[in-house]
Design a protein around this ligand. Structure first.
Ligand code: MSP
Length: 507
């Protein structure tokens, strides 16, 4: 059986990580956590350490590129750790396991005639590490980042990208879902229809990169970087581990690098005799004042401070709930606070607190027997786990969260409608038991379903509920009929799950 394989871009370590880098990695984490509940899954992230951009950053800091990278990598690892990301592997392109295989790929493609020697003259943007046709420049500047481009003229190795154009077009037509969202698919199709030039894949004007085997210069950073997705899982044609995971199930990227991943990357794979990934999803940007975060240092937000202030799980919730996946969305502390205090604090946190408090008050904290599978909740929300799972794996995170909130809302409504304090006062004990049971069982389900999104907070909810077993085993067994929470379970009410956060009033 093929396993689930999800990747993020490997990040340039030319500076400190920002919230945009945390974003893609958190999304991959939600996918991987969900996939892992149903079978083997592998989640890869890492750092892109070669190229002129990183070399320039190191030089500006007065360090060798290697020393600079070694010093920065721990910041990326700790960022992902701070956001409760559980990856299976973290690849660095300066590792020997990667570099030797990139050279092997280069040799292989050269033997096959897909790589040849030619002369390159043209425009180059260092910030985006991208070659541009003169016709694509905007007022003489890089069309993606707006920075000045430089003229480069050198003898380079070229990858015969143009030879793959027809196959790419056919592949796009045959697999209309392979590039998502549709807007990016259309944009890539338009590029293909315009025509493709061969790609220069070596550089001789600087030396921070993987050396071209038996030749001068270093391998172009994008050719090097893209290969991480297969070198990390042990590429070579006859490697069993590689074939367990490749082709990748989902490759997540920001939309600005869709072209590399949906045009250049499949062509390299085909040249090697390997398959294209199943899906490339090119998501939107987090913006501030309409500008992509990261474009300038001015709007780079410290992601560590945000996790500290709002809680990493609230940040994760915000990032996945705020916009449909694919669309841009703007970031502000007020918006995060609103999600944290509203959805998480009021809807979910209060429900949790009220339910455990009532259990404490009326039943000494012990979960009573409920009406079991005949509970109206069972019928209404029986298919919720399958729905949520399907939505997550289809990368519709916001809809998945909205579906979970239908249950949260229904549980809140049941307290208002069935008025447990009246039931208690009137001695209607069976009805009170049934309600208290539904609340506890409902919350246990909410915790399981939300666990991929908020692993730490839902782990705490699980503990307070006193639920048996591991929360991430829950999807398969604990989400069957309404009634998985054993009557007699002792709850352990504790601190509020999402304590209110007050923002200082604007001056
Ligand atoms: N090193 C290349 C990728 C090579 S992959 C073989 C690169 N690195 S990067 O450091 O610039 O990271 C880009 C990625 O970070 C984006 O594609 C996206 O996944 C994430 N983001 C960076 N800024 C972001 C936003 N402002 N908003 C959303 N995602 C952001 O490109």
């Amino acid at each position: 059986m093929r396993a689930f394989y999800v990747t993020t871009p490997i990040y340039y370590i030319s500076g400190n990580p920002h919230i945009g880098h945390a974003y893609t990695t958190v999304v991959a984490d939600v996918l991987a956590r969900t996939a892992r509940t149903d079978g083997p899954a592998f989640f890869l992230t890492g750092t892109d350490e070669h190229g002129q951009k990183v070399a320039n950053a190191a030089a500006a800091a007065g360090q060798t590129p290697q020393a600079w990278c070694d010093a920065l990598v721990p910041r990326w690892e700790s960022l992902f750790h701070a956001y409760h990301v559980h990856y299976d592997d973290f690849i660095r392109t300066t590792q020997a396991r990667h570099a030797t295989k990139v050279q092997r790929v280069f040799e292989r493609l050269r033997e096959r005639g897909d790589i040849y020697l030619g002369t390159y003259e043209g425009w180059y943007c260092v910030h985006d590490e991208t070659f541009w046709l003169e016709s694509r420049l905007v007022e003489g500047r890089c069309p993606t980042c707006g920075r000045a481009v430089q003229w480069i003229s050198e003898n380079d190795w070229f990858f015969r990208l143009s030879a793959y154009r027809d196959r790419l077009i056919e592949h796009f037509r045959a697999h209309p879902q392979w590039v998502r969202p549709r807007s990016v698919y259309n944009e890539m199709m338009a590029i293909l229809e315009e025509g493709l030039d061969d790609l220069s894949i070596s550089r001789t004007n600087f030396d921070w990169g993987i050396p071209v085997p038996d030749g001068g210069g270093v391998i172009y950073v994008w050719f090097d970087a893209l290969l991480n997705y297969i070198t990390a899982i042990g590429w070579s044609e006859d490697d069993a581990r590689f074939h367990t995971y490749w082709p990748a199930t989902v490759q997540l990227v920001g939309k600005e690098i869709a072209r590399f991943h949906t045009i250049i990357w499949p062509a390299i794979l085909w040249a090697l005799g390997e398959a294209a990934p199943e899906t490339v999803f090119a998501h939107g940007w987090i913006t501030v004042d309409g500008q992509k975060i990261g474009k300038s240092l001015g709007n780079a937000v410290d992601p560590f401070a945000l996790a500290e202030r709002f809680g990493a799980d609230s940040m994760r919730y915000f990032l996945l709930r705020e916009a449909p996946f694919g669309a841009d969305f703007s970031y502000s502390e007020a918006k995060i606070a609103q999600r944290h205090n509203g959805d998480l604090g009021n809807d979910l946190g209060n429900l949790f607190r009220r339910s455990l408090t009532m259990l404490q008050k009326y039943r000494e904290g012990i979960v009573p027997a409920g009406s079991g599978p005949s509970s109206s909740f069972g019928a209404r929300f029986g298919d919720l786990p399958a729905r949520v799972r399907g939505l997550i794996l289809d990368l519709r995170f916001r809809e998945a969260l909205e579906a979970i909130w239908e249950l949260v809302t229904a549980l809140n409504a049941s307290i208002d409608e069935r008025k447990p304090w009246v039931l208690h006062k009137e001695g209607r004990n069976d009805e009170l038991d049934a309600l208290l049971y539904d609340l506890a069982e409902g919350l246990r389900r909410v915790a399981i379903l939300l666990h991929p999104f908020m692993p730490e907070r839902m782990g705490e909810a699980w503990r307070q509920l006193g639920a048996a077993g591991a929360i991430d085993d829950g999807w398969q067994h604990a989400l069957g009929v309404w009634g998985g929470l054993a009557p007699g379970t002792t709850t352990h009410p504790g601190d509020l799950l999402f304590p209110r956060i007050e923002l200082a009033a604007a001056p």
